[in-house]
Design a protein around this ligand. Structure first.
Ligand code: NDP
Length: 306
């Protein structure tokens, strides 16, 4: 297999999924005289968050989803933010609400996630949606693990019975990923910062999902020959001042790509792997929310994936 055939092209899969969603957003406009509407709330001026929000809005525009951005100062109180969300919850013309994380430290993310109406929770973080996912009856699935599953199901002929290992147990990635893989009949192991001998687990993984947030932590020693590796990590390397080499602004994943590429059967790159799929799945969830809002059947373009 050539190197190029080993790389899982997240941009290509995202275009494919967006191509499947676009007729549904156009159909919504035709039937209800408005576009599906996503409202994104950004608190403060975290540079990475600003880029993520900008990218989401750009993609929404391309596929006839209306996107509204609410920019709030970092010193907004928790109650003021809750007031904004409550207004959006009641607004019939808003289908999806996304509060970009992380929030400033004085605001409880847990409390804010709980306030968003579960039927507009396109991030899938509300406890009601989280619970439904774990019960095997998902409504809105967190976008990043959903995107990972979409690529896995297209890359692996039969995912049933595969050994899947996840590094990281966050509510955003690790835990929902475990639930999705379990529902897909994989045998699932989750490891985290307190796990001992992670390598022992990862060496048995047919599928390895890495979502840690430590640049290039996983090298070839962790990988079973022929594994499928999904690198969720997005780390921006700062410039190194101790030598003349400056790599400011370079994005890397949690996996040492060049080294792991030699051992793995397939691997996602960073950038161009999981990131574009996360945005495409957000668009999927927004159009789904719009149809649910109108009490209309949503033709699930992900049928067969879930
Ligand atoms: P969190 O910080 O919430 O979670 C990190 C997880 O990694 C925790 O469960 C932690 O364990 C575990 N961990 C930390 N250090 C180690 C270690 N040395 N060995 C094993 N496990 C460890 O991060 P997220 O899940 O939110 O994100 C993970 C990465 O994915 C980040 O780089 C983030 O930027 C990226 N990301 C990318 C997205 C995309 O669209 N591509 C979307 C979301 C995230 P413990 O629970 O014990 O603390």
């Amino acid at each position: 297999m050539t190197i190029i055939n080993k790389i899982i092209d997240g941009k290509m899969y995202a275009q494919k999924l967006l191509g499947e969603i676009h007729p549904l957003s156009k159909g919504f406009l035709h039937n209800f005289n408005r576009k599906p509407c996503l409202t994104v709330i950004l608190v403060g001026d975290n540079p990475a968050s600003k880029i993520y929000v900008k990218n989401k809005i750009l993609v929404a525009k391309k596929i006839d989803i209306e996107s509204k951005e609410i920019l709030l100062s970092s010193d907004i109180t928790e109650d003021e933010l809750i007031d904004h969300i409550s207004i959006l919850n009641k607004d019939q013309n808003v289908d999806g609400i996304l509060v970009q994380l992380p929030l400033p430290k004085h605001i409880s993310e847990k409390k804010i996630i709980n306030i968003i109406s579960p039927s507009k929770d396109v991030d899938g973080f509300h406890p009601k949606n989280f619970g439904k996912l774990f019960m095997g009856d998902p409504k809105f699935i967190p976008c990043t693990p959903l995107g990972c599953l979409y690529m896995l199901k297209h890359e692996i002929e039969d995912i049933k019975g595969k050994n899947a290992v996840i590094i990281g147990r966050s509510n955003i990635v690790g835990k929902p990923m475990a639930s999705l893989l379990l529902s897909s009949d994989c045998s699932v192991t989750i490891t985290h910062s307190k796990s001992t001998n992670i390598e022992e687990h990862t060496k048995k993984a047919d599928i390895l999902i890495v979502a840690v947030g430590i640049p290039e932590m996983i090298d070839e020693k962790f990988i079973k020959q022929g594994a499928i590796v999904i690198d969720v990590g997005i780390n921006r390397l700062e410039s190194k001042n101790n030598d003349n080499f400056s790599n400011k602004g370079v994005l890397v994943g949690d996996v040492k790509f060049e080294k792991v590429l030699k051992i793995a059967k397939k691997i996602t790159p960073v950038p161009g792997g999981v990131g574009p799929m996360t945005i495409a799945c957000l668009m999927h969830n927004t159009v789904k929310a719009a149809y649910i809002n109108k009490k209309n059947d949503f033709i699930n373009v992900l049928e067969g994936i879930l």
